[in-house]
Design a protein around this ligand. Structure first.
Ligand SMILES: [Zn+2]
Length: 201
């Protein structure tokens, strides 16, 4: 069957999204076709200028509204700046925020070290993290990279880099599924991993 171009274009677009195969892409496109026009208009509006409307926090590299220097967490006087939880992606911040049990701040690396893929320390936000620690007032760094080989390698590298500084370094407790992503862990598992965090040695 040959589809009209606008639908085929939409299907092609959906297919490029993570986790969406050809079947799901077609299903989504036909869902939109049947739904109220206002639904697809709202969606289109949300997509338009997405990249221009969103920026990265100048302190922790979490996502924030364009025009804001710092994200909500960094701005909040209720958050403890003495504790920094280091995560791979901004999505991990969301996962930890959903637990409602973390009151420190964050640092988003935007990736992990991966010699195979040629990703080195300067390709992710490690240096700005060291600089934050060097500025002082940081008591604890929680390394919350995913429990994968790259996540562990990255955590170990950061630990080495932080050796000269007087800061407690902890790693999330095991119990998170190995090779799994923080963002997919359920809230209780994540909360347990957080409260059971251990010193790195
Ligand atoms: Zn921030």
């Amino acid at each position: 069957m040959i589809l009209p171009e606008p639908i085929q274009k939409l299907i092609n677009g959906f297919e490029r999204l993570p986790g969406i195969g050809p079947k799901s892409a077609s299903r989504l496109a036909f869902f939109l076709l049947r739904a109220d026009a206002s639904f697809s208009d709202d969606l289109a509006e949300a997509l338009t200028g997405l990249k221009d409307k969103v920026a990265f926090c100048g302190e922790c590299f979490n996502i924030t509204m364009a025009g804001h220097e710092r994200c909500e967490v960094c701005e909040s006087p209720k958050r403890d700046g003495g504790v920094i939880c280091v995560v791979e992606e901004a999505l991990d911040v969301l996962a930890l925020e959903r637990t409602g049990g973390y009151f420190g701040k964050y640092h988003v690396l935007h990736g992990v070290l991966s010699p195979i893929e040629g990703i080195g320390p300067d390709d992710i936000k490690i240096r700005p993290l060291i600089e934050r620690v060097a500025r002082g007032n940081v008591k604890e760094i929680i390394l919350a990279t995913n429990p994968s080989m790259e996540g562990d390698t990255t955590a170990m590298y950061i630990q080495q880099q932080l050796e000269p500084y007087d800061v407690r370094i902890t790693r999330l407790a095991r119990g998170l599924p190995v090779g799994g992503d923080l963002e997919y862990a359920d809230q209780n598992t994540l909360l347990r991993a957080l409260s059971g965090r251990q010193e790195m040695d």
